[in-house]
Write a protein of this length. Sequence first.
Length: 317
Amino acid sequence: MKKQNILLTLGLSLTAASLITEKVLEKNDKPLVAYGQKVRVFGKYISTEIIGNGEHVIVLYPGACETSPILSYRPLAKLLANYFTVITYEPFGYGDSDLTDYERTVDNLSDELHETMRRLGYNKYSIGMHSAGGIVGMDLANKYPEEVESCLLLDTTVVEITNYTNTLPLEKLSGYSIKLMNALGISRVLSKTGRLLPKVNGYTYTKEEQDQYLKCSIQNAYSRNMQEELDEVNHNLKYMKDKKYPDSIPVCIFVSTTTDKMLTKLGAPNNTWIKAHEKLSTHPLSKMFIIDGSHYLHHDYPEDIANDYSEWFKQVI
């Protein structure tokens, strides 16, 4: 018992020391240097990054709770910029965008994206989206089909997952874990070793990008808007039930076998994830790529995705 008390005291002391040290270091940190192009939307500022000068435009929308969509998408965006004008979008509460008091419903999220594109002067574009961002992209495509040329789906969330799993508690736990890592200084250590940013095949993040990501993580990780968005996930999925992409919009879909197998382990019939994506579009030129990779396919195979999507786009548009 005495040994347990000593270990507990030692653990608490180390934790307290870590918290104090991190607070001192954080106080000496320079604030996050604004990055990207700011767009005023509904009274607040959205952060975007625009690269490339292609005739056709694609906007990239992130999955839920992505610390810095601009940095996370940058490897793929740079590859797509060989063919398109690429806009990476950071929703309110993400990256370097402001916080907002508007509810985080899918209707509001898609309207904010649409208004951003309008203010940037684009009235014709494609939408690339990852994970839960697929709900937002599909909603925008249904509300403004005349503006959307095509859709690029990167293992996007489908309504069918609600029948077999509720990932909301795990996503919230992940968010609070990031906050704890920041408080204990773990994020700072990972940043120094280059392991805070995601590992992307064929791309090495610069020290400046690592520093930017660390500052984003410390200052904005799991923001109020991200928490509110997670609270709306189940409602947003019900809102999108039985919806698909408009018949006029071709869709290029990249699906992960790993995600499909994970859903099967949770009790879903074989290939539920893949079959659910097949039903999202009835356009005759829509195409699906089934890839042996993680949920973050755009980190595993950025070059393949950029090339395959670009070749497909040339054939359908």
